[in-house]
Design a binder for this molecule. Structure first.
Ligand code: ADE
Ligand code: ZN
Length: 331
């Protein structure tokens, strides 16, 4: 039995496996610049975040209809459930779809078709716990692309307004360096005023100062990645004191060369420092593993003992946006 866990850092577009990419391409008449799934997999050799993002955005061309988004999310839920995931807070990147003429409604309704509202306070009894959503409770987090303009982020939030009953929070992702959190102050203020929860990627490739800015300017409750906090002892002390959760993604860090090898990953030092760490998969189709695979990898390569693994699993529920009673049920 895999350890029950929550996944808090997962880009649904990053769960697009090569087989599904080709299936959707055929269904939608999209020609991919790869002849076979093997050829596509060979392109998964990344130098940094940007080289990954180039392929990530390119492959999104196959996602066109509500059913495509539903199929994508269903495939993720099946894999995640098999690895012990009981709750998933799922990022999606609407700007990457709106720019291709795919509407916010297509994306949100499609994802919702698969995710349903299992465990959501808004769910009817009939909607809860259905086989079709694999017994995983979910939340949706709309991410703004930080390499797009602040105006575009505001327009995206506006486009999401008819769907806010299905969206729990906002996040910030894509190319980090040169796009500091402060650029998105206004849209985060607007999101907070709408009652949305706030998270942001910070300190993946960007400097520790971006983590501080995400906390102070954007008011984030969790930091996605946050790896580079280890370069700033005063920041580490603050994150520990304020119990700010970090959603780490070890296999992603290796594939995007944020760390040299998994053996060099600072997770053990971060736990020893008292940081509230969680382990997640980021873009599992591209980085070689889902949530359970990330747990297994850190157990085997970093030699994390059982109690540390249990701490990581417990943190994942504590750091989630589940209500207290839901959290107990999910565990
Ligand atoms: N979008 C998808 N995966 C990402 C990551 N690891 N960092 C920033 N943006 C992303
Ligand atoms: Zn991410």
């Amino acid at each position: 039995m895999p350890l029950p866990k929550a996944e808090l850092h997962l880009h649904i577009e990053g769960t697009l496996e090569p087989e599904l990419a080709f299936e959707l391409a055929a269904r939608n008449g999209v020609t991919l610049p790869y002849a076979t799934t093997d050829e596509l997999r060979k392109a998964y050799d990344f130098e940094d975040l940007q080289s990954f993002l180039n392929l990530y955005y390119e492959l999104m061309a196959v996602l066109r209809t509500e059913q495509d988004f539903a199929d994508l999310a269903n495939a993720y839920l099946a894999r995640a459930a098999a690895q012990g995931v009981r709750h998933a807070e799922i990022f999606f990147d609407p700007q990457a779809h709106l720019s291709r003429g795919v509407s916010m409604g297509t994306v949100v309704e499609g994802l919702w078709r698969a995710l349903g509202s299992w465990g959501s306070p808004r769910a009817s009894e009939a909607e809860r716990g259905g086989e079709r959503n694999h017994g995983i409770s979910t939340r949706l987090i709309l991410c703004f692309l930080r390499d797009e303009s602040a105006e575009s982020a505001l327009e995206t939030l506006e486009a999401a307004k008819p769907y806010l009953d299905r969206i729990t929070g906002v996040g910030l992702d894509s190319a980090e360096v040169g796009h500091p959190p402060v650029k998105f102050r206004e849209v985060y203020e607007a999101a907070a005023a709408l009652g949305l929860r706030r998270v942001a990627h910070a300190g993946e490739e960007g400097p520790p100062a971006y983590i501080t800015e995400a906390l102070d300017v954007l008011g984030v409750e969790r930091v996605d990645h946050g790896l580079r906090c280890m370069e700033d002892p005063a920041l580490v002390e603050r994150l520990v004191r304020e119990r700010i959760p970090l959603t780490l993604c070890p296999l992603s860090n290796v594939r995007l060369r944020t760390v040299d090898t998994l053996a060099d990953h600072p997770l053990p030092a971060m736990l020893d420092a008292g940081l509230m760490c969680t382990v997640n998969s980021d873009d599992p189709a591209y980085f070689g593993g889902y949530a359970g695979d990330n747990f297994t990898a850190v157990q085997q390569t970093l030699g994390l003992p059982e109690d540390r693994l249990r701490e990581l699993a417990r943190n994942s529920f504590l750091a989630s946006f589940l209500e207290d009673d839901e959290e107990r049920r999910a565990r």
